[in-house]
Design a protein around this ligand. Structure first.
Ligand code: NDP
Length: 303
């Protein structure tokens, strides 16, 4: 059997960003409207800084207005809630994203609930979660939506396919399952208490893995010919790359799937890096331009 097709998330994401940029131009040219995304960053977590910088850069490249709000690591919850209240009420702001994780003094659920559902471009607000599961119009969480787009592009119609979602987090596993169900897949959701996990995974024609465990899913967990979407991003030591100046080993990124084994069994697979990751921000931009249209009573753009 030949190796799996590698699903090129970077290329998909570039295509989606182009469509978003065209929609943003249309909004400006035809309606004189700007699309604007406000990102809130609390504290000084280095990884969050990188994400926020990337989001801002790509938002501007798509022609949208990007505004960053920074709060100190010890900012009280009320300060963040006050800021959210202000941007909720500002008609110029179409999308609001609070970068997670938040410092301990701030209740994440309270913050998510405070964002206006119409501006919740992450799709994490309970109202939007309910809308997603009931088939109503809602912003869809970015990472699972990116996975869905790649699955549809790879497989076409997903109707009737046996899908396994490994992981049940609110930001990836659960919304992924909802999206696959809406596409008429027969969906299983597995987690840390699932029995016979390798066998259950090996039944799936579509396997989406989001567990945060480096290379946990082995080649023999995969049904021959299955489409595998690896959401995991894990940094592991890579002594084969040598050492850093301080003597610590260099590191590399791996997914939740043992890629070298899986690529020999699967029909198609996303790599890490270069698979799901790039799609996440592209989907955030998509959600923002859609939010801008909906807030101005315009039909959804073609993105
Ligand atoms: P969470 O830690 O919130 O959830 C992990 C899920 O995996 C849980 O449901 C947990 O089960 C399950 N799980 C953990 N260990 C096992 C195990 N040994 N066997 C079976 N199930 C297990 O993670 P996230 O969903 O937030 O993220 C998952 C991965 O995806 C991470 O690597 C993260 O970095 C990555 N990620 C990537 C993104 C991207 O843009 N590409 C975006 C978001 C996440 P239980 O519920 O029973 O505890």
């Amino acid at each position: 059997m030949s190796d799996a097709t590698i699903i090129d998330g970077k290329a998909f994401a570039a295509g989606l960003r182009e469509k978003v940029a065209a929609a943003v131009t249309g909004l400006k040219d035809r309606h004189g409207l700007e699309a604007r995304l406000d990102v809130v960053l609390v504290g000084d977590d280095p990884a969050s800084h990188v994400y926020v910088r990337n989001k801002g850069k790509q938002t501007e490249e798509a022609g949208m207005v990007s505004v960053e709000h920074r709060l100190a690591v010890d900012a009280p919850e009320q300060e963040l809630l006050g800021l959210i209240d202000r941007v909720n009420g500002d008609p110029a702001v179409n999308g609001i994203l609070v970068q997670l994780p938040l410092p301990d003094q701030i209740d994440e659920q309270k913050v998510t609930a405070a964002i206006s559902p119409e501006k919740d471009v992450d799709g994490f607000h309970v109202v939007n979660v309910g809308r997603l599961w009931t088939g109503a119009e809602a912003p869809v969480p970015c990472t699972p939506y990116g996975c869905l787009l790649m699955l549809k592009e790879t497989l076409g119609d997903l109707k009737g396919k046996r899908a396994m979602v490994l992981g049940r987090s609110n930001i990836v596993g659960k919304p992924m399952a909802a999206l696959l169900l809406a596409e008429h897949c027969t969906v299983n959701i597995a987690h840390s208490r699932t029995r016979d996990l390798p066998e259950r995974c090996a039944e799936a024609e579509i396997l989406v893995v989001a567990v945060g465990r480096p290379e946990m899913v082995r080649g023999d967990w995969i049904k021959p010919g299955a489409t595998v979407i690896d959401v995991g991003i894990n940094r592991i030591d890579a002594p084969e790359k040598g050492a850093n100046e301080d003597g610590s080993p260099k590191t590399r990124l791996v997914g939740d799937v043992a890629f070298d084994e899986a690529v020999k069994v699967a029909g198609a697979i996303t790599p890490v890096p270069g698979g799901v990751g790039p799609m996440t921000i592209a989907c955030l931009l998509r959600n923002t331009v859609i939010a801008a249209c909906r807030q101005n009573g315009l039909p959804d753009p073609e993105v």
